[in-house]
Design a protein around this ligand. Structure first.
Ligand code: ZN
Length: 316
């Protein structure tokens, strides 16, 4: 499932491509036809994300609410002015990286999507709008310079502003928004729970946007035993956990990938982001030596999700 950084990148890309534009909205598959009719021909005024939820606001009030779930993905395209990823989501298909039209996954270090080279000028002359829909496209948005197709999402609904606000009240604070008071609220929530911290990090009501990769890497980087109850963390430890989530996930928004190891662990070309096998401390490294202590990384099931951790480093 795409984690919060991917959804925030989606919001940014929707803002870049569509904000202020009057959109053609359709449901080629038909399943979202009534919602599409409600939005069709109206201006998209804002694109925001909270945790794994994406909200596209329209001038006349309705909000397009999307949660990708396990299998959802957005595909994008457009004319020569279009920049950005051509696919975000469905990590089972595209891995943790995003996919660009040249077939490259991810992007060079420190180089935001807006700086990617423009397609050849011939592409501008050739652009005549989006291609014919392929497969079960739930919703298609078309602006003057770009288009977006959604497939396979868990949630795709046209809701009211009040309903969007209600979705937010059911979610915990999002480290990528990191609003005043969020950090202390997170620490206070942990202090009141006996649930293992590894489970609390996956609870979207406790902290929004963290998924299985960030969960494992956060616990390792903070040297926390996954079974430590929330109430077992000091207020200071809880705040450090929040701050590390905010830092790592912000890096994920910048990089378009989850990279939790610092550059001294990377063996590739200086200035380039690491290979996938160098990008994490413990996630999907079970049986391999811990990068810090050499103990084999462990794999345990917790709440039907795989948990990767180092039994030596994470005893606290
Ligand atoms: Zn270790």
């Amino acid at each position: 499932m795409p984690e919060g950084h991917s959804v925030h990148r989606l919001a940014r890309q929707f803002g870049d491509v569509f904000e202020g534009e009057r959109l053609k909205v359709s449901s080629p598959q038909g399943r979202f036809a009534p919602g599409a009719a409600l939005l069709d021909g109206h201006v998209m005024t804002a694109a925001t994300a909270h945790g794994k939820h994406l909200f596209l606001e329209f001038e006349h009030g309705p909000v397009l609410h999307v949660h990708l779930g396990l299998y959802g993905a957005w595909n994008f395209g457009g004319d020569a002015t279009f920049r950005g990823a051509s696919s975000i989501g469905a990590p089972r298909k595209v891995g943790e990286r995003e996919v660009y039209d040249d077939g490259a996954a991810g992007m060079p270090a420190g180089e935001p999507a807006a700086d990617l080279p423009a397609p050849p000028a011939a592409a501008a002359a050739a652009y005549t709008g989006p291609p014919a829909p392929v497969g079960a496209v739930r919703v298609r948005l078309v602006g003057a310079h770009g288009w977006a197709d959604l497939r396979g999402a868990t949630t795709c609904a046209a809701i009211t502003g009040a309903e969007a606000a209600a979705v937010l009240t059911r979610l915990g604070p999002d480290p990528l928004r990191n609003l005043p008071g969020d950090r202390d609220a997170f620490a206070a929530t942990l202090a009141g729970k006996r649930t293992p911290v590894a489970s609390l990090l996956m609870d979207q009501k406790v902290i929004a946007g963290v998924g299985n990769v960030y969960r494992a890497e956060l616990l390792f980087r903070q040297r926390l035993n996954p079974w430590l109850p929330g109430s077992g963390l000091s207020a200071e430890a809880a705040r450090l956990l929040w701050d590390d989530a905010a830092a790592m996930m912000s890096d994920g928004v910048r990089d378009g990938r989850i990279i939790t190891t610092p550059p001294q662990y990377w063996d590739g070309v200086p200035g380039m982001l690491p290979d996938p096998e160098e990008a994490h401390f413990v996630y999907r490294r079970h049986g391999l030596d811990c990068r810090e202590c050499g103990t084999p990384v462990a794999l345990t099931e917790l709440g039907a999700r795989k948990l990767y951790w180092c039994p030596q480093c994470q005893q606290a």
